[in-house]
Ligand binder design. Structure first.
Ligand code: NAP
Length: 292
């Protein structure tokens, strides 16, 4: 996409390694252009272990802020002057604002996921929820479902059960419970469940991993919803099977866009009408997919 630059244009970026595949520059520049905000959003490779060095460079070069992806989300936490409640709760930062030489860390992933659920008409309130996985995505999704999402209970099932136990041991202990990832356990937990959220890599484009068994979908009650935080492919094998089973489905694109909307609000300290920019961002992503 074409971006208009002026001497006054403020700089933003996404850092990570790898980072070249990131959709954040396209999403953010589309929103900035639509809103007429004088910022440009770039893509910056920052190798593992170099976050502290990057922070000094970013402040020196006049960056207004940046988003962080793998492997920096957790390492940024102790480097911040201030953290918002979600960054503290998840132990991870995905958005940093730099103001007057100070670093303000936020995490918009959980809010982004809840906003995407809400936009799709799926409510976790009062439901038993099953979260699959205990990695970075699950660390934001599971507590947020419990906290602002008001889920009745959240079960976190993970291949490495110790990671699920660590995720459930925080402030929301009592409403979150860890579990293993065996087909039997997933089937048992799916009973009476209103919502399943896949936060593993299983089914993601470019990876070989796939669920060994989908029978937990049969154990879900009619009317349950199945969400995937994966957005490429648009319909994972899990979502395809859930749709064919007659369940409501949602992929990770909405979460990706809504977390960016909330990050942009932090960067610019300007309210962003997410519903208005959503179709523009979806169109830009669709076009980029057709013309890579
Ligand atoms: P991560 O921290 O590496 O966690 C990966 C998770 O997948 C872990 O729980 C891992 O289990 C599990 N897993 C991997 N291979 C598995 C297998 N063969 N069998 C069972 N479980 C397996 O990754 P992440 O950052 O959470 O990302 C996970 C997915 O979410 C990615 O596809 C990413 O693109 C997507 N995501 C989307 C958004 C969005 O905005 N839509 C945001 C963040 C992430 P172990 O703990 O046992 O290794």
């Amino acid at each position: 996409m074409k971006v208009q630059l002026y001497n006054t244009t403020k700089k933003l970026c996404v850092i990570g390694d790898p980072v070249l595949h990131s959709k954040s520059p396209l999403i953010q520049n589309t929103m900035l252009q639509a809103l007429g905000l004088d910022y440009v959003y770039l893509c910056q490779k920052v190798p593992r272990g170099c976050a502290a060095e990057w922070l000094r460079c970013a402040a020196f070069s006049g960056y207004a802020g940046f988003n962080a992806t793998m492997p920096h989300k957790e390492g940024l936490v102790p480097l911040m002057d201030e953290l918002d409640e979600d960054a503290r709760l998840y132990g991870a930062v995905n958005t940093v604002c730099i103001r007057d030489g100070k670093y303000y860390g936020f995490n918009t992933d959980g809010r982004g996921f809840l906003a995407a659920l809400q936009a799709a008409g799926i409510s976790p309130a009062g439901e038993k929820v099953l979260v699959l996985g205990a990695g970075g995505a699950a660390k934001a999704v599971a507590p947020k479902l419990c906290q602002a999402g008001e889920a009745r209970s959240v079960f976190v099932a993970n291949r490495t059960v110790e990671k699920a136990a660590a995720l459930c041991a925080g402030a929301l202990e009592g409403r979150m419970a860890p579990a293993d990832f065996t087909p039997d356990t997933l089937c048992r937990l799916a009973e009476g469940c209103g919502l399943v959220v896949n936060c593993t890599n299983l089914g993601m484009e470019g990876t070989r991993g796939q669920f060994a068994d989908f029978s937990f979908l049969e154990a879900l009650p009619d009317g349950a919803a199945v969400c995937d935080v994966i957005y490429a492919p648009a319909e994972t094998e899990l979502l395809r099977r859930a749709r064919e089973r007659g369940l409501r489905t949602l992929n990770g694109l909405g979460m990706l866009i809504w977390q960016a909307v909330f990050a942009l609000e932090h960067f610019t300290q300007t309210p962003v009408d997410g519903k208005a920019v959503l179709p523009l961002v979806e169109a830009a992503l669709g076009e980029a997919r057709l013309n890579p």
